[in-house]
Design a protein around this ligand. Structure first.
Ligand code: ADP
Ligand code: ZN
Length: 666
């Protein structure tokens, strides 16, 4: 049969290609746009999606035939549009975006006896909480938006514990009543047991959970249930956004400001932004929930693009914690004493908290014992060979770890440079070191270190929550894993060990992020009946971030921060993109960067900075160079970037990654 007379379709494959491939439809096979099909590709077989029913051009070569089609509802056309949209915006091959939508490879395998998710009972046995007046106002706004079935983005703002979760639960009920699916995105799904418990206390059935740690069987079941429209509520990590929901009516992005929504591998995307896009494509209501919304979202509210609803008080009348600065410049160190990470005032407060039988959190966003080990004999510092960054000492394991690539070495007994024995001194604190000091200062207290090293699974998280609830722990020394949305009823004191960490990050969001994180940590104190207190140790008590926290004056802080961004045309007032070039060979990547620089197209309003070696000039064994591209808000960067790349083919062995709206500048 000649190719022209055959029935031919375009199939997009989950591979790094932007174009769909042409295949012949065998006699008798009925297909439509969106059908999942297995096709031969190179030496293997692969499942793709019928992207178009017609050929883009008449093939002049032998076209291979589709092997089989899957007995599943077709990929919804909104998902197809979404894949197109994301690919075009992030300049990423559509096939790679599709891969995220098909991210359960075994979902297409024939199973002998497939396990099935038990069908939902559609029982409406929901234990509703009676809402406070301000909760009711917000809930009503969300319900009405869902009923209208028109795209509506809403910022739900309220301090931690003000009852935002209860409010968007009402949206889930409404969406379900409309026969639509709801998707709740959480920044750290693997550790969100409290959220699930909460959900279970309100709803008769658990939601489907989606994240990268699911077993293959669970992935398969979940993906198929979603594709078939059998799941009304899905809670997941950012990747859940790409699943093939037939009729998604309600999306929540919880803690919308959280940096975890930005993906910096594969397809570089910001899930919060794409949730809004996804909502627009299916006329959904999108709730962005936060105590400290991102500046991007705040600007959208000010521009009238998003509606805002605010929850005023903490639920149950619990008062907000008092925030006090501790000026470290005034700290006196007694002669002969080692460094002290817990100042006198903070120490007294912890002691008093212990006395009342309550719990304290000492917060430091640095894992391990010390961020740098220095040889006292020769000045040698231990760095990672893969990354050119300092190795962090983890005393509990007797190991040095690289926090960029995960490299782990035994802590050396002798200096590798001068061979002196036991010559290393620790510089700066990590949580282990603060815990060591706390053990000396409060010998009677039960102290626990909590970081992503110690909390690696859901059961561990649940056990920790139990110990805290049973008051088996007095002091937690923890990193940001302690900051996230959990509720600790007996925790009444938060001591921020280094309030300056993060203020000097040098990237445009450093201040914003520090404020959000410290605000979030502060919110851990005094959530139940007991009022809490927060102490911030700092060398710059006059800094806008510290002042905003002390006076609980978010407005003024935002005003300052927005003014700065506007003055320099930085996001959300301007646009940014990064080019990251990397290679195993340093000279090759440098040459490629300079030849790319020669091909920069001229465009009014677009500025290109660089090339320059990245500040992580070597990461995981790759040498890295960067460009930063800036423009004002009214210029789309994509056409410019595309033209640039088209004009300058890269040598083999050099990789170019494009990061639109970057969050990471290292
Ligand atoms: P947020 O999401 O803003 O941090 P939550 O929704 O988690 O706040 O609410 C904080 C606490 O208050 C939770 O324990 C929740 O069960 C409780 N709560 C919130 N609203 C109500 C309500 N209307 N009735 C009873 N309890 C509520
Ligand atoms: Zn490394």
């Amino acid at each position: 049969m000649s190719a022209t007379s055959a029935k031919i379709v375009q199939v997009l494959l989950p591979l790094p290609f932007d174009k769909a491939f042409t295949y012949e439809v065998p006699e008798g096979m009925i297909l439509q746009k969106g059908s999942y099909v297995e096709v031969p590709f190179r030496q293997t077989k692969m499942v793709g999606v019928v992207w178009d029913m017609a050929p883009t051009e008449t093939p002049t070569y032998d076209v291979k035939s589709i092997l089989r089609s899957m007995d599943l509802p077709p990929l919804p056309s909104v998902t197809q549009e979404f894949v197109e949209w994301v690919g075009a915006y992030y300049l990423s091959p559509k096939g790679l975006v599709l891969k995220m939508a098909l991210s359960a490879p075994t979902a297409f395998k024939e199973m002998k006896r497939p396990r099935k998710i038990s069908p939902e009972t559609h029982s409406l046995n929901i234990k509703e909480a009676a809402l406070t007046p301000s909760q009711e106002t917000c809930a009503q706004m969300i319900r009405e938006a869902i009923q209208r079935q028109k795209f509506t983005p809403i910022l739900l703002e309220g301090v931690t514990g003000s009852g935002k979760t209860e409010v968007y639960f009402k949206g889930i009920i409404e969406a379900k009543a409309q026969g639509k699916q709801s998707l709740i995105l959480l920044p750290e799904i693997a550790l969100s047991t409290q959220w699930l418990d909460r959900f279970m206390s309100r709803f008769p059935e658990p939601p489907l959970v989606w994240h990268s740690d699911l077993t293959e069987a669970k992935r398969r079941e979940t993906w198929r249930a979603i594709a078939k429209g059998e799941a009304s509520v899905v809670v997941g990590a950012r990747s859940a956004l790409f699943l093939p929901y037939p009729d998604l009516g309600f999306i929540v992005v919880d803690e919308e400001h959280d940096g975890g929504y930005k993906q910096d591998t594969g397809v570089f995307y910001q899930a919060r932004d794409m949730a809004v896009v996804r909502g627009k494509l299916s006329d959904a209501t999108v709730v962005l929930s936060s105590a400290t919304p991102s500046l991007e979202t705040i600007k959208n509210v000010r521009d009238g693009k998003y509606t805002k609803c605010t929850l005023e008080a903490r639920h149950g009348g619990a008062s907000l914690p008092q925030v006090h600065p501790i000026d470290l410049r005034k700290k006196e160190r007694k002669k002969g004493e080692g460094p002290q990470w817990i100042s006198g005032l903070l120490r007294e407060s912890v002691q008093a908290t212990l006395g009342r039988g309550e719990q304290s959190l000492l917060f430091l966003n640095r894992r391990g014992y010390a961020p740098l080990m220095l040889c006292e004999a020769c000045g040698h510092r231990i760095s990672c060979k893969q990354c050119e960054s300092w190795m962090v000492y983890h005393k509990s394991e007797g190991a040095l770890r690289c926090h960029h690539c995960g490299q782990k070495d035994r802590f050396p007994t002798h200096c590798p440079e001068c061979n002196e024995e036991g010559s290393f001194v620790a510089c700066g604190p990590g949580v282990e070191r603060v815990a060591e000091e706390a053990r000396l200062a409060f010998p009677e207290a039960r102290i626990e270190v909590v970081t992503s090293d110690t909390l690696t699974s859901v059961p561990q998280m649940t056990a920790l929550m139990q110990r805290l609830e049973n008051r088996e722990v007095d002091i937690v020394v923890g990193t940001q894993v302690m900051a996230k949305g959990h509720h600790f009823p007996y925790l009444t004191l938060v001591g921020i060990v280094d309030g300056d960490l993060g203020l000097t990050g040098g990237d445009l969001r450093a201040t914003e992020r520090t404020y959000q994180l410290l605000h979030q940590v502060s919110g851990r104190a005094g959530r139940a009946q007991n009022p809490g207190a927060v102490y911030i140790q700092t060398h710059v008590p006059e800094h806008a971030v510290v002042q905003a926290l002390i006076h609980q004056d978010q407005e003024n802080f935002l005003k300052l921060e927005l003014e700065t961004r506007e003055r320099y045309e930085l996001p959300p007032f301007g646009r940014l993109a990064s080019f990251i070039l990397s290679s195993d060979q340093g000279d090759k990547v440098e040459q490629a960067a300079w030849s790319l620089a020669k091909a920069i197209p001229q465009r009014a309003g677009v500025t290109v900075l660089g090339p320059s070696p990245a500040s992580r000039s070597k990461l995981k064994g790759k040498y890295r160079w960067r460009f930063l591209i800036k423009s004002s808000r009214n210029i789309r960067l994509q056409p410019f970037l595309k033209e640039w790349v088209k004009n300058s083919p890269l040598p083999s062995g050099v990789r170019l990654q494009i990061d639109l709206d970057p969050y990471n500048f290292l």
